[in-house]
Design a protein around this ligand. Structure first.
Ligand code: CA
Length: 471
């Protein structure tokens, strides 16, 4: 196969700098469907039994399920900043969930960074984002200023789902994150009041985008805010999961079922337009499930959203591209949401600014079985405010709490729950992973803005909680 590609490239005098050019194939469309706060175990392709997700599962069955798919951070904003730039967000100071501050141009994705949409624009793509943005509410951070051609969604980190709850017309009128949950939806730059359950409304917009843009190569970022809080679902979706007794999990499941319907509708539209073989589809969550908050499940992983444990940043992750990736495949080597940008850059023949280095790799040779090596030397996480780090290399994972001066080593191949510290037994591996951590950390900067955890409201809530716990 490789030889055939090489001969083809030589015969046609096509530079072999990128996969897209080598094959002289049309540039593939990219669809990234990201759920919000979805648990590792809450999709059928990862073994979920109580929530039906047939359409999400179809991405894995038509392609590759990645069992060790990581995101760049364990909470929403920084994870998305990483995905959107293909770079660890700690490199550019995006290490906290931004506060909703319409007047603060510093509160968001630094303008020095390039987004996937910026890069794809240079090679003729049309890019659209539907749903949650969360990379800055100030006008300089608006998606249409960051490479996207179309935006239909909300600027903050979450949103209420029922149209009657959306009582603030303009995004600029929301004074804080909580108020931003109640704004109308932003249609490019205009406020628009949805008439439907928000997840369905976003699915409509995603289908519309594919319909209207398929004569060009396109990038659709379908960024569902579901199943992030608040837990709200319609009776129709609740009826589908009436077998679930716990009301919190029932509502959470209904919200996922709505996402699944939307995924099905987008995939059906791609199929109807004859684009299956020209469209690479990723499905993932932006971070692990916050178990207590939305009744999600990250089994068998330890911990959840916000943690350096696997449950914090290892997520449901599947990729399909029927013409290039085998169906029904399971891939166990660690991959990252940071790879999405590197993949499409390579496939589209785009170039990234020379002063930037991407942290991801083109996954296609790995997922197709052409390259048997591990795509990454290691996967890294730093949580600055907690002074915690994680490094995964092969089967081993190092977890460090700087404050407590504790370093622990786990072998995930036989200890997925990170219970048995092997640091004493294998000090050499621990030291090597720590060396990698230090090397990586030396390239990072401190957070560039304060986060949601620093707001007065958050602090008050936290103090109340601490008082309750003391009683
Ligand atoms: Ca999230």
């Amino acid at each position: 196969m490789r030889l055939a590609r090489l001969l083809f490239a030589v015969c046609c005098f096509i530079p072999a700098s990128s996969y897209g050019e080598r094959t002289a194939a049309p540039k593939p469309n990219l669809i990234v469907i990201m759920a919000d706060d979805l648990g590792y175990a809450d999709v059928g392709f990862n073994g979920c039994l109580d929530i039906p997700t047939p359409h999400i599962d179809s991405i894995a069955s038509r392609g590759v399920k990645c069992t060790s798919g990581y995101v760049a951070y364990a909470v929403c904003g920084p994870s998305r900043a990483g995905f959107m730039t293909g770079r660890y967000p700690q490199r550019f100071g995006f290490e906290r969930n931004p506060q909703y501050k319409i007047d603060d141009p510093q509160m968001g994705l630094p303008l020095s960074e390039q987004t996937i949409a910026d890069v794809l624009k240079t090679v003729g793509y049309r890019s659209g984002i539907v749903g949650k943005w969360h990379l800055g509410a100030n006008s300089v951070h608006h998606p249409l200023e960051r490479g996207f051609d179309e935006f239909y969604g909300h600027l903050g980190g979450g949103h209420r789902y029922l149209p009657q709850d959306l009582t603030i017309q303009k995004s600029e009128q929301a004074k804080n994150e909580l108020e931003s949950y109640r704004t109308w939806i932003v249609n490019n730059r205009s406020p628009e009041k949805p008439t439907k359950y928000l997840t369905d409304d976003f699915s409509d917009a995603a289908v519309r985008f594919v319909e209207n843009n398929h004569s060009h190569p396109f990038f659709l970022f379908l960024s569902y805010n579901a199943p992030h809080l608040p837990l709200q679902a319609t009776d129709d979706y609740l009826a589908r999961v009436s077998h679930i007794e716990d009301p919190k999990r029932r509502t959470y499941a209904a919200m996922i079922s709505a996402v699944d319907d939307g995924v099905g509708r987008v995939l059906a539209k791609v199929h109807e337009l004859g684009l299956d073989d020209r469209t690479i589809v990723f499905f993932l969550s932006d971070n692990g499930g916050p178990i207590l908050k939305n009744a999600s499940c990250n089994d068998p992983l330890r911990g959840g959203k916000g943690d350096v444990w696997e449950g914090g940043f290892r997520v449901p992750f599947a990729v399909s591209w029927p013409s290039h990736l085998p169906a029904n495949t399971i891939y166990d080597q660690p991959v990252s949401a940071l790879d999405i940008m590197a993949t499409i850059v390579d496939l589209s023949g785009a170039t990234v600014r020379s002063d930037f280095s991407l942290d991801g790799v083109n996954l296609v040779p790995f997922l197709s079985g052409d390259d048997l090596a591990s795509p990454h030397k290691a996967i890294y996480l730093r949580k600055f405010d907690q002074q915690r780090f994680a490094v995964r290399r092969g089967d081993y994972k190092l977890v460090i709490s700087i404050k407590d001066s504790k370093s622990k080593l786990y072998n995930l191949s036989n200890d997925i729950q990170e219970k048995n510290d092997l640091g004493f037994k294998n000090p050499k591996e621990l030291a090597e992973l720590d060396r990698l951590r230090q090397e990586w950390a030396s390239q990072l900067i401190e957070p560039a803005f304060l986060g949601l955890i620093h707001t007065e409201n958050y602090q008050k809530k936290r103090e109340k909680k601490q008082k309750r716990q003391k009683k």
